[in-house]
Design a binder for this molecule. Sequence first.
Ligand code: CA
Length: 729
Amino acid sequence: MLADTRPKLTIIEESLVKRYQSLLGLSFLSLSMMACEPNAPAEQTSQTEAVPAPVASISDGNITAERVLDADAEPGSWLAHGRTYGEQRYSPLNKIGKHNVNDLGLAWSFDVEEQKGLEASPIVVDGVMYTTTSWSAVYALDAKTGKQLWHYDPKVPKEYLRYLCCSPANRGVAVWKGKVYVGTINGHLVALDAKTGEVVWDVETTPGAPYSITGAPRVIKDKVIIGNGGAEMGVRGFITAYDVETGEQQWRFYTVPGNPANGFENPALEMAAKTWSGQWWKLGGGGTAWDSMAYDPELDLLYVGVGNGSPWNRNIRSPEGGDNLFLSSIVAVRPDTGEYVWHYQTTPADNFDYTATQHMILADIEMDGLKRKVIMQAPKNGFFYVLDRTNGEFLSAKPYVQVTWATHVDQETGRPVEDKSVTEFTERTQMVWPAPYGGHNWHPMAFNPNTGLVYIPAIEVPHFFNGRKEMDKKRIWNVGMNWVKPEETAETVLMNKKLTSGKMIAWDPAKQKAAWEVTYPTPGIGGMLTTAGDLVFHGVPQGKLMAYDASSGQQLWESYTQTGVVAPPISYEIDGEQYIAVMAGWGGMFSLTGGTVFGKDEGPGPNRVLVYKLGGKHQLPAAKALIKEAPKPPAQTGTPEQIAQGGALYDEFCQFCHGLHAVSGGVIPDLRHMDEQTHQSFIGIVYGGMLKDKGMAAFNDHLNVEEVQALHAYVIQRAIDTYGDERLF
Ligand code: CA
């Protein structure tokens, strides 16, 4: 079924939308979503609720193995990243149900200091919420009132931003026996005192740049486990376990083999090396485990989602072919030792950035009359997988979005059957579905054991691939691909023609088909929560949180959030009241490159924790208008050759943060809107690092002054081409 998610527009707004539309050549729908936000109607009445007294004492954060293993005995807590080790993101709470969800209102909100997007799943235990924001900061809040208990800022070097593919996001903490664990963008794992937020220990988990951490640690059997990212920049992936008390390293599992001349760390990597060719270790190999983990305590298996190849281009990475284990795989290891047990590779010989780092769910479901212990994943490659989690046996896989790189997954071998007419794209351009964004990315799914359905925040976006013959060592984002000219790219041409969309798919894993789905005008919808109240909650980039009937897909409730919501909601209960909480803050990959889709200007609403309850009367301050005057760009003094050179350099170095074609996705400043002073300082900023403490690193190790001048000419031209004399923004 389709839900009409279009907001109601006033006549004035419609005229503005039409002007933007004619200026930018974008579709009505996506722009109308944008334009409605500043004037969204208030959800609640004007009454202000009396603020209850803060909790008397701060929680010890005393989460233990016993408590997590018996999480259903305290359904009012959210003790682990996906609530339980099986990561179902299902809350057994049912006081909020289909009959009364329409009475949900804000109980409280909390404005965080950091403003680059929120992706975290909070942990809630004994009345305290522990959560993270961008720049790896941590908050402890009274979960009933929103009162701040402490704030930890690791003061990460902000210029590190250039090593992150997709914003300085963080997806949450782990809490265990009085300590709170956070991974930082510059590769540290920090243990904080749960009562005070003071640092207990701090270890550097990587060799440094370009490794990064955005994922949430998990704690299993007194070991805190963390992976890392960086496969777009040439690294070798691994996960590491540390002692929860001391931070001492317990084990490390590399996800791809290193140089055979140095010997292999374990027999699994010796086996994996047989699936590689050439001198892959010189390029890193990739396979970063940057997000998903799950744990089965009965089988004592830790499941790790492994990322894409580094570089993406397999002809460069492993020129004589091979599957390149354990890229794009689910790997099961022993949590005590990191010893390999089994693996299943979703995309052999990954050539497309098809990570298998997407959320994994453990469940026991009936398939063909048999109750199976399964692990389920919708990785980037577009197929929904159901595996036997005891041994990694392939059970089934079917496409949940449009897929063109493979025709199907062979039921006998469990291997995808590639369509070579699509996947051989070296030195020619080929449209492939899904894009490197994936059919599904990090935004978590949820599984409701009552409906038997998995709710997937899905992405329908293609990409134009064009493989290089060899690496260009000058690059930072270095994946062995050419960036295709603007007029040929999927992101600009197809998205604007509305051939792409976002979807919530209610997927029946036993039947391997959608029970129902809701289609949205843009991709980028947020992570999922499902509850025993037969509800599904999730947010959208257009600044709303909604609730649906988990059985039928009927929309039941929505709330304006004043900023895009990508993080997954959670639920908890205090003093008999059920709460729905979400980290609201537009961010992540679409907020960087996707400005051409979303049309967002910078400053799309403050980043906040929003917490709802039945009858909640708290009101947000009035939303800030997005529309503002853009300064007039300076006169173009660059030559056409310089502008063209600058455009090519922009695509190599700038677009991953500042957006395709210099259109910001709303989080990083839009370069078309620079003021006079910024224009005058352009070389000092880009070459000299004047704004490195705000996240804009110096690029003098990759660009010379003439190249920076060419970049400047290109950016000025983009401002002139976009706005001319209208200067509406
Ligand atoms: Ca990647």
